[in-house]
Design a protein around this ligand. Structure first.
Ligand SMILES: NC(=O)c1ccc[n+]([C@@H]2O[C@H](COP(=O)([O-])OP(=O)(O)OC[C@H]3O[C@@H](n4cnc5c(N)ncnc54)[C@H](OP(=O)(O)O)[C@@H]3O)[C@@H](O)[C@H]2O)c1
Length: 236
């Protein structure tokens, strides 16, 4: 069974659909019960076993309740996809981005993912092959940002980029900590995908954006501590 956060729309919705199509029961996490239930309705009408769980990654009580529900209903968790994320229109370059904006973005994209993973870790330990996929971004790659010729080098929105770089650090450290426990932890860059996050300026479809996340989520006993995208590995 799998949990996908922020799955009422965008890449997360497509990830939930594809994981369910491969035979998993999927808990579709959404902070808004109305949009979450609508998304579940769409997928159940496709005869998929997808269930709604209220989950706001910035609200600890919803995280604890979701973990308790998984424990009661399933007794274990095989896959966690930490997909929920925001971009903030007031985000900006390091010289002047506001601390308040940075806090908001880091709270969702970084601390939210850490909090959800910590809450469900005891359940992942009960799976025969637990997996955590942290949905990151090439905008979180310090190596790419250090290259002035990189095509997105001008996208210096510190809050978002730092949140994904921090998420990558979580991936590496948790993968190391769990290296002997049969739980794989990886970061995946979906690539620039047309969603609400970027006012649909992305150049890929959500199916394309979801593909590598789904591949890694379904991979039992695969690599751990990697930063992956369709076609290979990225530099941290
Ligand atoms: N699109 C891209 O080009 C791209 C590229 C690289 C990485 N990513 C990453 O991919 C992930 C999915 O983004 P997307 O492009 O699919 O964007 P999206 O369509 O805006 O979807 C974001 C999802 O996250 C949810 N969310 C936001 N804050 C949340 C919170 N506090 N608790 C729970 N859910 C929350 C949103 O819920 P609401 O509907 O309630 O707002 C929505 O379901 C994000 O982590 C993003 O950073 C996207």
């Amino acid at each position: 069974m799998a949990l996908v956060t922020g799955a009422n729309k965008g890449i997360g919705f497509e990830v939930a659909r594809a994981i369910a199509q491969s035979g998993y029961v999927v808990l579709l996490g959404a902070r808004n019960p109305t949009t979450g239930r609508e998304a579940v309705g769409t997928l159940t009408s496709e005869r998929l076993d997808v269930r709604f769980v209220e989950l706001d990654v910035t609200r600890m009580e919803t995280i604890s309740a979701a973990a308790a529900r998984i424990e009661a209903d399933f007794g274990k968790l095989d896959v966690l996809v930490n997909n929920a994320g925001i971009a903030d229109s007031h985000d900006g370059p390091p010289s002047r981005v506001s601390i308040e904006v940075m806090e908001r973005v880091l709270r969702t994209n970084f601390l939210g993912a850490v909090a959800v993973a910590q809450a469900v870790l005891p359940l992942l330990r009960k799976s025969h092959a637990g997996r955590i996929v942290n949905v990151s971004s090439d905008l979180g790659s310090i190596t790419r940002h250090g290259d002035a010729t990189w095509k997105y080098a001008h996208v210096k929105v510190l809050g978002y980029c730092a949140s994904k770089a921090a998420l990558n650090m979580f991936t590496v450290q948790l993968a190391f900590e769990l290296r002997d426990q049969g739980i794989a932890v990886n970061s995946v860059n979906p690539g620039f995908t047309a969603t609400d996050l970027n006012a649909h300026r992305g150049q890929q479809t959500v199916e394309e954006g979801a593909a590598e996340i789904v591949r890694v989520a379904l991979l039992e006993h695969g690599p751990s501590g990697k930063f992956l995208e369709t076609g290979g590995e990225l530099a941290w």
